[in-house]
Design a protein around this ligand. Structure first.
Ligand code: PGA
Length: 243
Protein backbone atom coordinates (compact mmCIF):
# COMPACT_ATOMS: atom_id res chain seq x y z
CA UNK A 1 0.00 0.00 0.00
CA UNK A 2 1.14 3.54 -0.69
CA UNK A 3 0.06 5.72 2.21
CA UNK A 4 0.01 9.51 1.97
CA UNK A 5 -0.80 11.75 4.89
CA UNK A 6 -1.68 15.27 3.78
CA UNK A 7 -2.55 18.38 5.74
CA UNK A 8 -6.21 18.88 5.02
CA UNK A 9 -9.15 18.24 2.71
CA UNK A 10 -7.90 20.68 0.08
CA UNK A 11 -4.49 18.98 -0.13
CA UNK A 12 -6.18 15.57 -0.25
CA UNK A 13 -8.42 16.68 -3.10
CA UNK A 14 -5.54 18.05 -5.16
CA UNK A 15 -3.45 14.92 -4.70
CA UNK A 16 -6.38 12.62 -5.49
CA UNK A 17 -7.19 14.63 -8.61
CA UNK A 18 -3.54 14.37 -9.66
CA UNK A 19 -3.65 10.57 -9.42
CA UNK A 20 -6.82 10.47 -11.54
CA UNK A 21 -5.38 13.00 -13.99
CA UNK A 22 -2.23 10.91 -14.41
CA UNK A 23 -4.43 7.93 -15.30
CA UNK A 24 -6.37 9.96 -17.86
CA UNK A 25 -3.18 11.29 -19.44
CA UNK A 26 -1.34 7.98 -19.49
CA UNK A 27 -4.31 5.94 -20.73
CA UNK A 28 -6.78 8.22 -22.55
CA UNK A 29 -9.33 5.41 -22.95
CA UNK A 30 -9.10 4.22 -19.34
CA UNK A 31 -12.06 2.94 -17.33
CA UNK A 32 -12.35 5.02 -14.16
CA UNK A 33 -14.33 3.70 -11.22
CA UNK A 34 -15.93 6.70 -9.56
CA UNK A 35 -17.41 7.46 -6.16
CA UNK A 36 -19.91 9.98 -4.81
CA UNK A 37 -20.23 11.70 -1.43
CA UNK A 38 -18.57 14.63 0.27
CA UNK A 39 -15.05 13.24 0.03
CA UNK A 40 -14.52 13.26 -3.77
CA UNK A 41 -16.49 16.47 -4.42
CA UNK A 42 -13.46 18.74 -4.45
CA UNK A 43 -11.38 16.17 -6.33
CA UNK A 44 -13.91 16.50 -9.15
CA UNK A 45 -13.61 20.30 -8.95
CA UNK A 46 -9.90 19.98 -9.78
CA UNK A 47 -10.66 17.64 -12.69
CA UNK A 48 -13.23 20.11 -14.04
CA UNK A 49 -10.69 22.93 -13.77
CA UNK A 50 -7.90 20.98 -15.43
CA UNK A 51 -10.25 20.05 -18.25
CA UNK A 52 -11.22 23.70 -18.66
CA UNK A 53 -7.53 24.59 -18.73
CA UNK A 54 -7.04 22.15 -21.60
CA UNK A 55 -4.95 19.71 -19.58
CA UNK A 56 -7.39 16.79 -19.44
CA UNK A 57 -9.26 15.20 -22.32
CA UNK A 58 -12.07 12.80 -21.35
CA UNK A 59 -13.33 12.10 -24.87
CA UNK A 60 -12.35 8.42 -24.77
CA UNK A 61 -12.61 7.88 -21.00
CA UNK A 62 -15.23 5.50 -19.62
CA UNK A 63 -16.58 5.63 -16.10
CA UNK A 64 -18.42 3.18 -13.86
CA UNK A 65 -19.82 4.37 -10.57
CA UNK A 66 -19.68 2.34 -7.40
CA UNK A 67 -23.29 2.58 -6.39
CA UNK A 68 -26.74 4.14 -6.60
CA UNK A 69 -29.77 4.27 -4.35
CA UNK A 70 -32.47 1.76 -5.27
CA UNK A 71 -35.85 3.21 -6.22
CA UNK A 72 -34.62 6.75 -6.82
CA UNK A 73 -35.44 8.70 -9.98
CA UNK A 74 -32.45 9.80 -12.04
CA UNK A 75 -33.58 13.41 -11.82
CA UNK A 76 -33.93 13.30 -8.02
CA UNK A 77 -31.49 15.89 -6.67
CA UNK A 78 -29.98 13.23 -4.37
CA UNK A 79 -29.48 10.47 -6.94
CA UNK A 80 -25.86 9.64 -7.66
CA UNK A 81 -26.74 10.11 -11.32
CA UNK A 82 -27.47 13.78 -10.55
CA UNK A 83 -24.39 14.05 -8.33
CA UNK A 84 -22.10 12.87 -11.12
CA UNK A 85 -23.67 15.17 -13.70
CA UNK A 86 -23.43 18.18 -11.44
CA UNK A 87 -19.95 17.53 -10.10
CA UNK A 88 -18.27 16.19 -13.22
CA UNK A 89 -20.01 14.91 -16.33
CA UNK A 90 -21.78 18.12 -17.34
CA UNK A 91 -18.50 20.04 -17.18
CA UNK A 92 -16.12 17.81 -19.11
CA UNK A 93 -16.05 16.32 -22.61
CA UNK A 94 -16.99 12.80 -21.57
CA UNK A 95 -19.56 11.04 -23.79
CA UNK A 96 -22.79 10.32 -21.93
CA UNK A 97 -22.84 6.81 -23.41
CA UNK A 98 -19.45 6.14 -21.78
CA UNK A 99 -20.70 6.80 -18.25
CA UNK A 100 -22.29 3.96 -16.29
CA UNK A 101 -24.17 4.01 -12.98
CA UNK A 102 -26.46 1.25 -11.65
CA UNK A 103 -30.04 2.00 -12.72
CA UNK A 104 -31.69 3.15 -9.49
CA UNK A 105 -35.05 3.57 -11.22
CA UNK A 106 -35.28 -0.15 -11.95
CA UNK A 107 -36.35 -2.03 -8.82
CA UNK A 108 -35.64 -5.48 -10.27
CA UNK A 109 -32.45 -6.00 -8.26
CA UNK A 110 -31.26 -9.16 -9.98
CA UNK A 111 -31.61 -7.69 -13.42
CA UNK A 112 -29.92 -4.37 -12.52
CA UNK A 113 -27.00 -6.07 -10.79
CA UNK A 114 -26.43 -8.70 -13.48
CA UNK A 115 -26.48 -6.08 -16.19
CA UNK A 116 -24.09 -3.82 -14.28
CA UNK A 117 -21.61 -6.58 -13.58
CA UNK A 118 -21.72 -7.62 -17.26
CA UNK A 119 -21.24 -4.01 -18.32
CA UNK A 120 -18.08 -3.65 -16.25
CA UNK A 121 -16.73 -6.90 -17.72
CA UNK A 122 -17.56 -5.74 -21.22
CA UNK A 123 -15.56 -2.58 -20.64
CA UNK A 124 -12.60 -4.77 -19.71
CA UNK A 125 -12.67 -4.02 -15.98
CA UNK A 126 -11.70 -0.93 -14.03
CA UNK A 127 -8.25 0.64 -14.42
CA UNK A 128 -8.43 2.93 -11.40
CA UNK A 129 -11.13 2.76 -8.75
CA UNK A 130 -11.73 5.77 -6.53
CA UNK A 131 -13.13 4.97 -3.08
CA UNK A 132 -14.27 6.84 -0.01
CA UNK A 133 -14.67 5.07 3.31
CA UNK A 134 -17.78 5.04 5.47
CA UNK A 135 -17.67 5.77 9.19
CA UNK A 136 -18.42 2.07 9.65
CA UNK A 137 -15.67 1.06 7.21
CA UNK A 138 -17.94 0.45 4.22
CA UNK A 139 -16.66 0.82 0.67
CA UNK A 140 -19.21 1.54 -2.02
CA UNK A 141 -22.32 0.44 -0.15
CA UNK A 142 -20.73 -2.80 1.02
CA UNK A 143 -21.81 -2.54 4.64
CA UNK A 144 -20.19 -4.48 7.50
CA UNK A 145 -21.51 -8.06 7.41
CA UNK A 146 -20.55 -11.70 7.90
CA UNK A 147 -19.19 -12.23 4.42
CA UNK A 148 -17.69 -10.34 1.52
CA UNK A 149 -20.19 -10.10 -1.34
CA UNK A 150 -18.40 -10.73 -4.60
CA UNK A 151 -20.61 -9.22 -7.27
CA UNK A 152 -22.85 -6.21 -7.74
CA UNK A 153 -25.81 -6.63 -5.39
CA UNK A 154 -28.66 -4.88 -3.62
CA UNK A 155 -27.98 -3.92 0.00
CA UNK A 156 -30.04 -2.69 2.91
CA UNK A 157 -28.22 0.35 4.19
CA UNK A 158 -26.87 0.28 7.75
CA UNK A 159 -28.59 2.59 10.23
CA UNK A 160 -25.31 4.50 10.61
CA UNK A 161 -25.15 5.06 6.84
CA UNK A 162 -28.73 6.33 6.72
CA UNK A 163 -27.86 8.58 9.64
CA UNK A 164 -24.71 9.86 7.90
CA UNK A 165 -26.50 10.44 4.58
CA UNK A 166 -29.57 12.18 5.94
CA UNK A 167 -27.66 15.47 5.82
CA UNK A 168 -28.26 15.47 2.07
CA UNK A 169 -32.04 14.98 2.33
CA UNK A 170 -34.83 17.20 3.66
CA UNK A 171 -35.95 14.52 6.10
CA UNK A 172 -34.33 11.34 7.45
CA UNK A 173 -37.35 9.36 6.17
CA UNK A 174 -36.45 10.43 2.64
CA UNK A 175 -33.11 8.57 2.65
CA UNK A 176 -33.56 5.41 0.56
CA UNK A 177 -33.17 2.26 2.63
CA UNK A 178 -31.61 0.17 -0.11
CA UNK A 179 -28.96 0.63 -2.75
CA UNK A 180 -27.17 -1.17 -5.56
CA UNK A 181 -23.44 -1.46 -5.14
CA UNK A 182 -20.45 -3.02 -6.85
CA UNK A 183 -19.39 -6.07 -4.88
CA UNK A 184 -16.12 -6.42 -3.01
CA UNK A 185 -14.93 -8.80 -5.73
CA UNK A 186 -15.77 -6.24 -8.41
CA UNK A 187 -13.82 -3.57 -6.53
CA UNK A 188 -10.87 -5.86 -5.85
CA UNK A 189 -10.58 -6.68 -9.57
CA UNK A 190 -9.73 -3.04 -10.33
CA UNK A 191 -6.12 -2.74 -11.47
CA UNK A 192 -5.48 0.17 -9.12
CA UNK A 193 -7.40 1.54 -6.16
CA UNK A 194 -7.32 5.02 -4.66
CA UNK A 195 -8.88 5.31 -1.18
CA UNK A 196 -9.59 8.74 0.29
CA UNK A 197 -10.33 9.55 3.91
CA UNK A 198 -10.97 13.00 5.30
CA UNK A 199 -12.10 14.17 8.71
CA UNK A 200 -11.99 12.93 12.29
CA UNK A 201 -15.16 10.89 11.86
CA UNK A 202 -13.22 8.58 9.51
CA UNK A 203 -10.21 8.13 11.83
CA UNK A 204 -11.42 4.99 13.57
CA UNK A 205 -12.56 3.22 10.40
CA UNK A 206 -9.31 4.09 8.60
CA UNK A 207 -7.18 2.85 11.47
CA UNK A 208 -9.14 -0.41 11.68
CA UNK A 209 -8.93 -0.85 7.91
CA UNK A 210 -5.16 -0.41 7.85
CA UNK A 211 -4.22 -2.03 11.14
CA UNK A 212 -7.02 -4.36 12.24
CA UNK A 213 -7.90 -7.83 11.00
CA UNK A 214 -9.07 -8.31 7.42
CA UNK A 215 -12.75 -8.95 8.01
CA UNK A 216 -16.14 -8.38 6.32
CA UNK A 217 -17.05 -6.67 9.61
CA UNK A 218 -14.86 -3.79 8.35
CA UNK A 219 -15.16 -4.05 4.56
CA UNK A 220 -12.33 -1.61 3.72
CA UNK A 221 -9.87 -3.96 5.45
CA UNK A 222 -9.97 -6.23 2.37
CA UNK A 223 -8.01 -3.59 0.47
CA UNK A 224 -4.89 -4.74 2.28
CA UNK A 225 -4.99 -7.83 0.05
CA UNK A 226 -4.95 -5.77 -3.16
CA UNK A 227 -1.59 -5.31 -4.82
CA UNK A 228 -1.91 -1.67 -5.90
CA UNK A 229 -3.72 0.55 -3.40
CA UNK A 230 -2.97 4.19 -2.70
CA UNK A 231 -4.44 5.74 0.43
CA UNK A 232 -4.62 9.51 0.81
CA UNK A 233 -5.78 10.69 4.23
CA UNK A 234 -5.77 14.11 5.81
CA UNK A 235 -4.38 14.74 9.29
CA UNK A 236 -7.79 14.41 10.92
CA UNK A 237 -8.53 11.05 9.30
CA UNK A 238 -4.99 9.93 10.09
CA UNK A 239 -5.28 10.86 13.76
CA UNK A 240 -6.47 7.36 14.80
CA UNK A 241 -3.19 5.88 13.51
CA UNK A 242 -1.13 7.90 15.96
CA UNK A 243 -2.81 6.76 19.15
P1 PGA B 1 -18.55 10.65 2.33
O1 PGA B 1 -18.99 9.16 2.17
O2 PGA B 1 -17.50 10.91 1.34
O3 PGA B 1 -19.80 11.45 2.09
O4 PGA B 1 -18.05 10.80 3.75
C1 PGA B 1 -18.01 8.18 2.02
C2 PGA B 1 -18.67 6.83 2.05
O5 PGA B 1 -19.67 6.67 2.76
O6 PGA B 1 -18.18 5.93 1.36
Amino acid sequence: MNLYKVKDYQALSKKAASVLAAQVILKPDAVLGLATGSTPAETYAYLRKWHEDGILDFSEIKTVNLDEYKGIAKDNSQSYYTFMKEHLFDHINIKAQNTFIPDGEDTDSNSVCEKYEAQIMQLGGVDLQLLGIGRNGHIGFNEPSDCFMEHCHCVSLAESTIEANKRFFDRAEDVPKQAYTMGIGTIMKAKKILLLASGKEKAKALCQALRGPVTPGLPASILRLHKDVTVIADEDAWSGMEL
